[in-house]
Design a protein around this ligand. Structure first.
Ligand SMILES: [Mg+2]
Length: 398
């Protein structure tokens, strides 16, 4: 069996078709793009208020179809990569893919990765590789008539995957009442806010604990915008609020020794990271340096499912749980197949309401949603999703 065609697609309102203007695809992420969330650009007042002011076209999505001579088509809609990933795939990676056996995912991953070394690894290239890799796993599942999780370990959670939700704190009690075991909020204030930000962060966490009661976990995503002092002072002030973790507090994820030091200082609050790392070696470095309590790869950003299996293998001897960043279908197949991956993230972007739980990621159809806080995966072959062609248009090289 051979790959005979590779096609890529962009969201219809992509900035590529919009002369560089930030697309609706990014703007429509609701509270995530429109409320105050501290981030690596918060130290610059012009870009602090809304993240969409500095987001770039590489943070747009793209989709890919890979077709074989047997007529099977594997698809992926990738979170991030945009037009640049489409160009990389069509102008570079196609030469490895066309004529190849779709089951050779290790060979193809290595060829794309090694051939990218002169232009950079861990940036847009790895998101382009992710789209190809995820479409190949979808294709393998469709050819074998099996869901992807059954190809990599099977069902370790037959009763479904317990989920925590990432949402604005104003919506917290709604999600508690729907059976989610925890809530992750995005920190609005970072180092630029000083003591005022520390006190405001304390109030947000304290109010959240009061509103949801003692039986739900609280996590805080700091998006690289805190430092050791800010994190320790917040941790000290909220010690009685039973916070489970601070995620990505330090500006440089490669600062493994600082992360290891921070873990010791804020314990028993955990330090987690990984979703803003893009290279499998960075994950290995974090794990073996004792820099994280939980490792959180994003399949769409770190090269797809293939390297996430390596990352899970790095983590296992250390007893570090793998809890992937969760915005679409892909992380759930990994979590279902891994014993050490005990739960998953559900991202409630958009209006954040729990009244009707719907997937945030609009480029895929048939995505399952959690019921009573648990996500069950159907037996549909591949990743069990279809591309939403109404929101996409084919992209070809100029
Ligand atoms: Mg995060």
């Amino acid at each position: 069996m051979k790959i005979v065609d590779v096609r890529v697609l962009l969201p219809k309102d992509s900035s590529y078709y919009n002369k560089g203007k930030v697309s609706g695809n990014l703007r429509n992420r609701g509270w995530v793009s429109r409320t105050l969330i501290s981030n690596p650009m918060s130290i610059y007042p012009a870009y602090a208020k809304e993240r969409v002011t500095w987001w770039d076209p590489g943070q747009e999505d793209f989709a890919i179809e890979i077709e074989t001579d047997s007529g099977h088509v594997g698809v992926c809609a990738n979170f991030y990569g945009g037009a640049a990933a489409c160009v990389i795939i069509l102008s570079h990676y196609c030469r490895f893919l066309i004529g190849a056996d779709p089951f050779d995912t290790e060979l193809l991953w290595q060829q794309m990765y090694r051939a990218s070394s002169p232009v950079g690894l861990g940036g847009l290239e790895i998101k382009a590789i992710a789209g190809v890799d995820l479409a190949l796993w979808d294709l393998k599942g469709k050819i074998l008539n099996q869901p992807v999780y059954k190809l990599i370990g099977g069902a370790t959670k037959p009763d479904g995957i317990p989920c925590y939700v990432t949402v604005h704190p104003d919506r917290a009690t709604q999600w508690r009442d729907k059976g989610f075991f925890g809530i992750k909020i995005a920190a609005p204030y970072g180092v630029e806010s000083g003591l005022d930000g520390i006190l405001k962060t304390e109030k947000i966490i304290r109010d959240l604990r009061e509103s949801i009661g003692p039986a739900m976990e609280i996590m805080v995503d700091c998006y690289l915008s805190w430092d050791i002092e800010f994190t320790c002072r917040v941790a000290d002030r909220v010690r009685d609020c039973n916070v489970r973790w601070f995620e990505d507090p330090l500006p440089n994820g490669w600062a493994a020794s600082q992360y290891a030091e921070l873990r010791r200082r804020v314990s028993p609050v955990m330090i987690t990271n990984g979703n803003l790392e893009y290279h499998y070696k960075a994950f290995h470095h974090l794990i073996e340096s004792g820099a994280t309590d939980v490792i959180q790869p994003e399949l769409s950003w770190c090269g797809g499912l293939t390297p996430c299996l390596w990352i899970a293998a790095f983590a296992r001897p250390y007893g570090i749980p793998v809890v992937p960043h969760g915005v679409s279908i892909y992380p759930y197949h990994l979590v279902m197949a891994l014993t050490d991956s005990r739960y998953a993230e559900w991202a409630a972007f958009g209006d954040g309401s729990a009244e009707v739980i719907k997937p945030f990621f609009g480029l895929l159809l048939d995505q399952p949603v959690p019921v009573d806080g648990r996500l069950r995966l159907p037996d549909t072959p591949g990743f069990g999703v279809r591309l939403n062609y109404e929101a996409l248009r084919p992209f070809t090289l100029p």
